[in-house]
Structures are given as structure tokens and as C-alpha cells.
Design a protein around this ligand. Sequence first.
Ligand code: GLP
Length: 257
Amino acid sequence: MTEVIIVDSPARAGTLVADEIVALVQRRADAVLGLATGSTPLPVYEALRPHAALLRDVRGFALDEYVGLAAGHPESYRSVIEREVIAPLGLDPDRVRVPGDDGGPIETAGERYEADLVAAGGVDLQLLGIGATGHIGFNEPGSSFASRTRVKTLTEQTRRDNARFFDSVDDVPLHCITQGLGTILDARHLVLLAFGAAKAEALAAAVEGPVTSSLPGSAIQLHGHVTVIVDEAAAARLQFAEYYRHAWAHKPSWQGL
Ligand code: GLP
């Protein structure tokens, strides 16, 4: 089942996930991390900073990217990953891929990304946030559960949500390239984080609602190893919150996340 851990702060979530990543990298120095952008995963990257020396050989694959921004645009996810992950954690930029960042034609960028993922042996631990539309990566409602990395059109709501990173909503690209739901489900461990009341509805639908492409985050229910970590505000709409708290309080210490 999906394990749900309700924590008292995003910082606590960051520490829990960072500890899991440290344990993974101690088992295999060149582990493959699935990187996410947005504000949600920042506490994880923050908590990893003291462990930067361990992460030198780690490889990374980002979930998604805008299409149509000039190379080096500060809000491109390649730039965001360089600023928030690669630089502070001392990762090797050549070991981190972002969809569409290889300079090849965008029409076939998805296939090349998938091939690189396969060559790397797949993602060991995939970080995920969730958007207000229930999207993971940039898989908007209606995305096929079998989808692979491809170019998509953003919903107007997502463009409005992301307008805060640009001068105006008109500057937010219309298109994106994102790992598909099928790609994400191939990762060996999914870790979905959500903080704040604005995420409560989408989070509850993803974890406890029907499995439907209308709510792409519900795809996580099809995966055998999922850890969802939320703060109290994001947990507010969860029907089985008491059970999640009980299970976490009594979790066998040998299990890890
Ligand atoms: C963006 C990203 C997603 C992210 C989501 C939530 O659209 N493409 O990968 O999970 O928004 O963002 P935030 O974490 O800032 O709330």
C-alpha cells in the first residue's frame, strides 16, 4: 500500500527523505535519483547539504522541463536544478539530465531521454510533488498511465500557478516535456511530498480516491513502493489519517521508508 507519514513540518519531511537517500547512496555511490522542481522538494535538498561529500557520484534525472524557453533561462528547470540541486550538493552536472537538455531535436527528445534512463539502469528513488490539478511531473489530467516522456500542452491553471516564477502568465511557456506516468511508475521507490492546505484536496484524491487518469497523481496507487510525506495542513482531507499515524508510530525499525 501507499505509506503515508504525517509530519509536523516540511523540514522534518526533508530530513526523513535525506536520510533515506543517504542510506541509498551508502549502498551504491552512483545511485540514480529522480529529481523534482517546484518548492516542495526544497527541504530535501536543504537536508542533503551536510551530506554533499557522499553525493559526488550520484546520477540524476529530472521529471520535466518547459519547452520554448531560451537555453539558460533562469526559470528553465535545467537552470533551477543547477541552482538548487547541482551547485549546493556538489553533483557532477554531466551526470544530471533534464528532458530536452541534450541539444537534440525536441521532436525526439522524449525517446532519447527514455533511452538514457534505461542506460542508467532506471531511477532508484523518485521525488515527486503534486500540482493543484493533481498532476505529477507535468502530467496533466487525462494523461495515460502508460505514457512515456513526451511533449505536452500545459493547462491554463498550471500556467497561472507557475506565473509566480515569471514576469507574467503570458511568459509561462505553453508546452512542456515530462516523464510519462509509465516512466514515473518504473522508478523503484516513489516519494511524494505535499505541504500546505492548497494541496490537501489533490493529495487526498491521489492517495485515497479512485485510480483515474483524470487525477494523474492517483497513478501512485499502482506502484508497490510509495512513501507519501505530508504536513498536517496537506493531510487535512485524508480519510485514514488516524491509521497512517498509528502505522507510523508502530513501524518496525528495520523497514526504512
Ligand atoms: C510544477 C512541476 C511539478 C511540481 C508542481 C508543484 O508544475 N512541474 O513537478 O510537483 O508544479 O509545485 P510546487 O512544489 O511548487 O507546489
